[in-house]
Ligand binder design. Structure first.
Ligand code: GLU
Length: 313
């Protein structure tokens, strides 16, 4: 039984882990502010990780753009930035461990084959649970394409500090899921788990769009013998009229049409208010760095709402 409680008096380590596949937007701002103030409120560290794992989708120059944006807003991160693109060796050795413990296996199925084979009803959001074709060995004539981790029948319970307790039956949602893709890239789920463990992350604070990834990450942590960090999934920022904010939508880029150095304080303030906090009117007009310091001193987790909403800034 792996405890999900952090030992007391351990330094809290939080992180912000953007993917440089599109500009930082209002949802990223909330994730950055939320993860920062929660780590700093606990006297902890706030690390930055560049999730440039999916190299074909990485936009050249975007990581630098993100550093500049974060700095103009008044953020300062602790230690060196971790780059996922430089960590293939660490992911490879985690995969080796899963394979040698028979918790993962090579899979020779294409997407089309899986869709054809899976006729059972399923719960996932458009996801088809893997029908276990290669689970007990590659059938004759199949070549390994990807690698999958074995999902057990036991549901995984996520204790989220904001969203509460959620139970996930991974076998019905996704089944054995991919940890190394057919294009040779390691999957996000594996990379995040290995990185969070290697960076000593004790607290994962991010948007609620990633809540459904959390049970997969908890399963991988258990199989790899890592501790499970505390999780806090923040309400999602919707487009002004409701509906999904998209990273691809340049209209919601934080930097678009704004002088971030001048507007940083206002943006950070708007993010804190979005998170249910009540900063005093007297700090309106202060620089981003100062508003973040207010958040680090006063952030109250019990005030954070669970519902998605637009953010006006
Ligand atoms: N890189 C992911 C994103 O930008 C976040 C991953 C995480 O926080 O675990 O959506």
């Amino acid at each position: 039984m792996i405890s999900e409680q952090m030992p007391e008096n351990r330094t809290v380590v939080g992180r912000f882990a953007p993917s440089p596949t599109g500009p930082l937007h209002l949802g990223s701002l909330v994730a950055a502010v939320g993860s920062y103030v929660m780590a700093k409120r606990a006297g902890g560290l706030w690390l930055l990780r560049m999730e440039d794992l999916d190299t074909p989708r990485v936009v050249p120059g975007m990581a630098d753009d993100m550093f500049r944006t974060l700095e103009s807003l008044g953020f300062a991160w602790d230690g060196d930035v971790m780059w996922q693109s430089r960590r293939a060796e660490a992911y490879g050795s985690a995969l080796e461990r899963l394979l040698s413990a028979r918790n993962a296996y090579p899979c020779g199925c294409s997407r089309a084959e899986i869709a054809r084979a899976a006729s059972a009803p399923h719960d996932g959001e458009g996801e088809v649970p893997y029908p276990n074709i290669c689970r007990n060995g590659l059938p004759a004539g199949k070549e390994p394409r990807s690698y999958r981790v074995k999902v057990g029948a036991e549901p995984i319970v996520v204790h989220d500090l904001i969203m509460g307790e959620k139970r996930y039956d991974l076998a019905r949602i996704c089944g054995d899921f991919v940890v190394k893709r057919a294009d040779g890239l390691f999957a996000y789920q594996l990379a995040v788990v290995v990185d969070d463990a290697d960076q000593g992350v004790t607290q994962v604070v991010r948007g609620a769009d990633l809540l459904s990834s959390t049970p997969r990450q908890i399963l991988l942590q258990r199989l790899l013998g890592y501790e499970t960090p505390a999780y806090a999934h923040l309400p999602l920022v919707t487009a002004p009229g409701g509906g999904k904010l998209s990273k691809r939508d340049n209209a919601v880029s934080l930097a678009a049409g704004r002088d971030l150095a001048a507007d940083g304080g206002r943006l950070i303030l708007a993010a804190l208010r979005f998170l249910g906090q009540r900063p005093p009117a007297s700090i309106a007009g202060a620089a981003g760095r100062e508003i973040l310091a207010w958040g680090a001193a006063h952030f109250d987790l019990s005030l954070v709402p669970t519902a998605s909403a637009p953010l006006s800034a």
